[in-house]
Design a protein around this ligand. Structure first.
Ligand code: SF4
Length: 438
């Protein structure tokens, strides 16, 4: 099989892995070496189906001794197989880099013979790149669950970022769909990488030239929609992983049916892209907005509202906390207002030291008043002429795409309010739904 054929097979097989962000590593070029890495990330491109296929994203082999039901590369799936040698991986990376096609490598692999053997092959490829070709560009490598700690430690010294895919949100789902893996076999290398990164940061304080261990941290990927796990379960797991393993990112991958299996959604099921999007939004709220998973969902309402983003849903369900007075509200509360992001909240805090803010000033600071107007007051007063009927509010809080879906006649219009609340509302559009102070 020639290189081109192998490349076609092994890049195609790699596209289902979405855990491939490239930011977080800073390394300048040096005389006698090639390439650099920049902390703000390297270029990404997106395939027609919206998946990130940035860098040279390739598998060492798509042959695998495991049989994960959701995976196109599972051993029982009759697909064409191919494998690169470590030398071939190093050579094509260098050739692509020199031609300016890529700025780094994302290397993963099916499991050949054993996790240890596979990890040795990955190490061999990265050693060639780093030591023989002096490649200083970005490398993201997959850690293979079940590999020896010493091998994973060596791998981490050669890569910028490592990831161990958690794949499915619960032990039960793993047991059914990926019987060769267990939660423990995935969490163990994750824990090792976390500890190594922590140890390394201490060493770097003491010794400036100590070698770096995965300086861009670690990430993971979860498949969404292959199993009945709820958003609530997924978000709780996400929160736990961020806290315990200090992950840089968790990627959610809407399940695309690629193999027929009675345990999986049928082949004509569309990937749940909106659900994936909602999880990314909620993930953002956990990482940057001070929310906890239990505030956004619970067992009684375990899935996100398809029509509203999680922050708007939270605000609607916590009307007793609004409106907030932007001239007095603490930073943490400003962050909870729909239409106020991290930057605009920071700007508000800074600007109000110099004077009292009005709605005009908020707009200039980047606040999206279309959303925020229903949840804030300035100098104790709501926006002049604000009318809040249920539909006005709904339309203002939905994005263009959501609104288009909402206007399709076959989609049932959801009510934000329980019946008693609606009964208490004056005629639509006449009065605000919130009781404004001042
Ligand atoms: S171990 Fe990885 S490559 Fe192998 S079948 Fe499972 S998901 Fe696919």
């Amino acid at each position: 099989m020639d290189m081109m054929e192998k490349l076609e097979i092994l890049t195609e097989s790699a596209k289902y892995d979405v855990a491939c962000t490239s930011s977080g590593s800073q390394r300048s070029g040096q005389a006698g070496s090639l390439g650099n890495a920049v902390s703000f990330g390297i270029c990404h491109s997106f395939a027609a189906d919206g998946r990130c296929i940035s860098l040279l994203k390739v598998l060492m082999t798509n042959g695998c001794i495991y049989d994960c039901a959701y995976c196109i590369n599972r051993k029982s799936n009759p697909v064409r197989r191919a494998a690169f040698t470590p030398q071939e991986i190093a050579d094509i990376t260098m050739q692509f880099y020199r031609r300016n096609y890529i700025e780094g490598l994302f290397l993963s692999s099916g499991i050949m013979r054993s996790p240890d053997y596979t990890t040795e092959q990955l190490i061999a490829a990265l050693e060639l790149l780093r030591n023989e070709y002096q490649f200083r560009g970005y490398i993201h490598v997959k850690a293979i669950p079940g590999a020896d700690d010493a091998l994973l430690s060596r791998l981490g010294m050669l890569a910028d970022r490592m990831s161990v895919n958690i794949e499915l949100p619960s032990q039960e789902s793993l047991r059914k769909l990926a019987p060769d893996k267990s939660k423990q076999s995935i969490l163990q290398p994750m824990g090792l990488i976390t500890n190594k990164i922590t140890e390394n940061s201490t060493e770097l304080v003491k010794y400036k030239h100590a070698p770096h261990f995965a300086p861009a941290g670690q990430s993971t990927q979860m498949i969404i929609g292959a199993t009945p796990d709820t958003d609530y379960q997924i978000l709780n797991l996400t929160e736990g992983l961020y806290k315990k393993y200090k992950l840089k990112r968790i990627f959610y991958s809407a399940y695309t049916p690629v193999v027929e299996d009675s345990l999986l959604p049928s082949l004509d099921t569309k990937p749940p892209l909106l659900r994936e999007h909602r999880l990314y939004q909620a993930d953002w709220l956990l990482r940057f907005y001070g929310f906890e998973a239990k505030e956004l969902l619970d067992e009684a309402a375990p899935n996100f509202n398809p029509l509203l983003d999680p922050k708007c849903s939270w605000a609607i369900n916590h009307r007793e906390q609004f409106p907030v007075e932007v001239n007095r509200a603490p930073y943490e509360m400003l962050l909870r207002v729909p239409g106020i992001g991290v930057r605009s909240a920071q700007r508000i805090i800074k600007a109000r030291r110099a004077g009292t803010l009005d709605f005009h000033a908020l707009k200039k600071l980047g606040v999206v008043l279309k959303r925020a107007q229903f949840f804030i007051t300035c100098k104790g007063r709501p926006l002049e002429g604000l009318k809040v009927g249920e539909h006005t509010l709904l339309r203002s809080l939905m994005s263009g795409q959501e609104l288009a879906k909402f206007q399709q006649p076959e989609i049932e219009q959801l009510s934000f309010f329980d019946d008693s609340y609606l009964a208490a509302l004056p005629e639509a559009g006449r009065a605000a739904s919130f009781s404004y102070g001042g």
